[in-house]
Design a protein around this ligand. Structure first.
Ligand SMILES: Nc1nc2c(ncn2[C@@H]2O[C@H](COP(=O)(O)OP(=O)(O)O)[C@@H](O)[C@H]2O)c(=O)[nH]1
Ligand SMILES: [Mg+2]
Length: 188
């Protein structure tokens, strides 16, 4: 994938004209801290296109990044950020559900990111159901694979097969760049 341009366009929290544009959207879903922002930065060869979760402000919005002026990468709010209240967390979960199921956003593909070290959690499985019900094509990314040894990778493979059997799964590390081209090939 050749990145000619990548720029932040806007963050939204509800209906917005950007959703009625025809540009396809590739949407990144995952719990807080799984590496959504790092993955978008890595895919676009930018160190700071997306700010990381050490500055959580923006992570409460649905952020749009325009790539080559052809399509959007969409960073959904991270679910489960430790420093927010249960009420705020629920509000964000609703925002994610609204975006994926009701917003009519032209979602071409979703990327469901799981923390390789932590393994699949309840939220990940809920999102899998939501994506399937909504009829969205998706790929599962096991990120932070650099943190695992061979034995742990074998166990993760078994766990992922059990929970996401039949899905496309890509092992990634934004630290080493592993999986970057393989993931692009599944997104475009
Ligand atoms: N070891 C390792 N750490 C990662 C990787 N990707 C992200 N991180 C770290 O995980 C933390 C959360 O990343 P961030 O992209 O902000 O996650 P987000 O909340 O999902 O957007 C940061 O400290 C990153 O440096 C990875 O592939 N390997
Ligand atoms: Mg983030």
């Amino acid at each position: 994938m050749i990145i000619k341009s990548a720029q932040f366009i806007k963050g939204i929290v509800g209906s917005d004209e950007i959703l009625s544009q025809e540009k396809p959207q590739i949407v990144f879903v995952g719990r807080s801290n799984v590496g959504k922002s790092s993955l978008i930065n890595s895919l676009t060869n930018h160190k700071k296109l997306v700010k990381s979760s050490s500055t959580p402000g923006r992570t409460r919005e649905i952020n749009f990044f325009s790539i080559n002026e052809e399509f959007y990468l969409v960073d959904l709010p991270g679910y489960g950020y430790a420093k927010i209240s249960a009420a705020q967390a629920e509000k964000m979960r609703k925002m994610i559900l609204w975006f994926l199921t009701e917003s009519d956003a032209p979602i071409k593909k979703a990327v469901l990111i799981v923390d390789a070290k932590v393994g699949p959690k309840k939220f990940d499985l809920e999102m899998k159901e939501v994506l399937e019900k909504a009829g969205h094509d998706y790929v599962v990314v096991a990120n932070k694979i650099d943190k695992l040894n061979q034995k742990e990778i074998a166990k993760l493979q078994r766990d992922l097969l059990q929970e996401f059997g039949g899905c496309e799964i890509v092992f990634c590390s934004t630290k080493t760049g592993r999986g970057r081209e393989e993931l692009w090939s599944k997104l475009t």
